[in-house]
Design a protein around this ligand. Structure first.
Ligand SMILES: [Zn+2]
Length: 318
């Protein structure tokens, strides 16, 4: 059985054809122009998939279903992109448009939800039924799986853990509110926190590395690992923000595992162990209830595609 997977980003759209067990047979991506309409997106994506199939010698009729992960609020039941600030679309009937070009069933959802499903089917949470995943990037995407099912909320507007308030009247968030988890624990927030610490400790190793390497989230980690006080402070605070936001999600869902994806997760055990220790100190019933397992997500660069593939496979079997 062959499935198609589409990972929609702000600048490009990645497409793949893959098997049910997560083996990618062929993949490629194309750059999207600014202000793409829903109809244009559907036509270019469908044609690109057809091109991929032709290149791989796969008949279009052999594609059992297509899954598509999209940033923003996506109503999977209606097949509509309700709102996406990344790709500037509102109330866009993407499935209906795609159906003009492709005959297989099409399943769409939010990309962070799809990423969590992908990890549960193919990655770090394989075989587990209850998963909370955060993807740390420009913002924070959250995916929640309960009893093997994605929690998407009414109209697909739920599971936005990145916009849970962790500080009243706190930092401004990209969503327009203040004090969101995302405003403190995204990669963007880490850069801002590092910059503030550099200004406070201009003679620190942190400041020196910031000068040499430029604005990068790796800098505070490198400084902290070298024993620099300013760097250590940045990481300690950042770990605390990540853990506080996660504790709220864990207290509601108490999953089998918490997964952390995105660039920061490349810090591996150094970061994951710190979050695990802090999180397990502040969750409800700490020390009495079983410890919460925290792991780095595994699917890395293909996380978006394999999440979309999981949508396609799950959709085809329901
Ligand atoms: Zn927000």
């Amino acid at each position: 059985m062959i499935y198609a997977a589409v990972d929609v980003g702000g600048m490009s759209i990645k497409c793949a054809l893959a098997t049910e067990d997560g083996k990618i047979l062929v993949k490629d991506s194309f750059v999207t122009k600014q202000g793409l309409t829903c109809a244009e997106m559907a036509e270019s994506t469908a044609n690109f998939i057809k091109g991929l199939a032709a290149k791989a010698g796969i008949a279009e009729s052999d594609i059992l279903s297509l899954g598509m992960g999209i940033p923003g609020t996506v109503d999977g039941k209606k097949g509509v992109i309700v709102y996406s600030n990344n790709i500037k679309l509102e109330h866009a009937p993407i499935v209906k448009e795609m159906k003009k070009y492709l005959s297989c069933p099409i399943f769409v959802d939010n990309d962070a939800n799809a990423a969590a499903l992908g990890e549960a089917v193919f990655g770090a949470a394989k075989g587990l039924s209850d998963v909370v995943m955060i993807t740390i990037g420009t913002g924070i995407g959250t995916g929640i799986i309960v009893d093997g099912k994605m929690i998407t909320g009414k109209g697909g507007a739920g599971a936005e853990g990145g916009h849970v308030t962790i500080r009243m009247n706190g930092e401004k968030c990209s969503c327009g509110n203040r004090g969101c988890f995302e405003a403190y624990a995204s990669a963007t927030a880490l850069l801002r926190q590092t910059e503030a610490m550099v200004a406070r400790y201009p003679d620190s190793l942190l400041a020196k590395l910031w000068q040499e390497k430029g604005r990068s989230g790796i800098v505070p980690f490198d400084a902290a690992k070298a024993g620099d006080k300013a760097g250590t402070k940045v990481i300690r605070n950042y770990v605390n923000y990540v853990s506080v936001g996660l504790a709220g999600l864990v207290n509601i869902f108490r999953p089998d595992v918490v997964l952390i994806g995105g660039g920061v997760s490349n810090q591996g055990d150094y970061f994951i162990d710190k979050v695990s220790r802090r999180l397990n100190r502040i969750v409800y019933g700490a020390g009495v209830n079983p410890r919460v397992k925290v792991k780095a997500a595994e699917l890395r660069n293909d996380a978006g595609l394999l999440g979309a593939l999981a949508l396609a496979v799950k959709g085809a079997h329901e």
